[in-house]
Design a protein around this ligand. Structure first.
Ligand code: 5GP
Length: 178
């Protein structure tokens, strides 16, 4: 069996830094939505680990659900299509929603899925976006990230839910594959 962690793995954001920042985000979100129930909508699969920790750092009545989109590879810009693989199981009408994303890179996933617009069209009260990581130097379309864990440089990162070819999602830190 191969080792779970490559010896060449460089830690970019440690477990401790993640814990501290996620707790800060939870406190900020709890203050901003004070007294209102909140629905977290995670984008599978990458956001699952972040959502699980964020959820437990929020001091509100909070529920969560997931959506999944097809990964569209290199043709994303030309096709302009993101297929919905899994829609929400719950109604969003009248609810305050926080979309939870692992990383916003070019911004195409959030733009082309029209997730925010779709939730508003289904009469959500409000829709904001929370991303653990943001790579603004790669942005091609503006998506308006309302809460951001860490701004990072243009490096391919793994761990804490993020994968490379199906590996590394279980790392407790965010690392760079060497
Ligand atoms: P965007 O559509 O904003 O370009 O990309 C968003 C998605 O691309 C993320 O949800 C994630 O799945 C993937 N992605 C972008 N950058 C990285 C990265 O550095 N590492 C990993 N593992 N996935 C990334």
């Amino acid at each position: 069996m191969s080792a779970p962690i490559d010896v060449n793995m460089q830690v970019l954001i440690s477990e401790e830094e993640l814990r501290t920042r996620v707790n800060e985000l939870g406190k900020q979100i709890s203050a901003d939505y004070a007294g209102k129930p909140l629905l977290l909508v995670g984008i599978l699969k990458g956001a699952a680990v972040f959502l699980a920790d964020l959820l437990r750092s929020i001091d509100l009545i909070v529920d969560y659900d997931f959506v999944a989109f097809s990964s569209y590879g290199a043709d994303k810009k030309s096709s302009g299509v993101v297929r919905v693989l899994k829609d929400l199981d719950v109604s969003v009408e009248g609810r305050d929603i926080l979309i939870v994303e692992d990383i916003v890179d070019t911004g195409w996933t959030l733009r082309m899925s029209y997730l925010r617009e779709n939730l508003l069209a289904r009469h959500a009260s409000s829709v904001k976006i929370c991303a653990l990581l943001d790579k603004p130097s790669r942005r091609m379309v503006d998506v308006g990230v309302d809460y951001c864990g860490f701004v990072i440089e243009d490096r391919f990162v793994v761990g804490y839910g993020l994968d490379h070819e199906g590996r590394y999602r279980n790392l407790p830190f965010v690392g760079i594959v060497g």
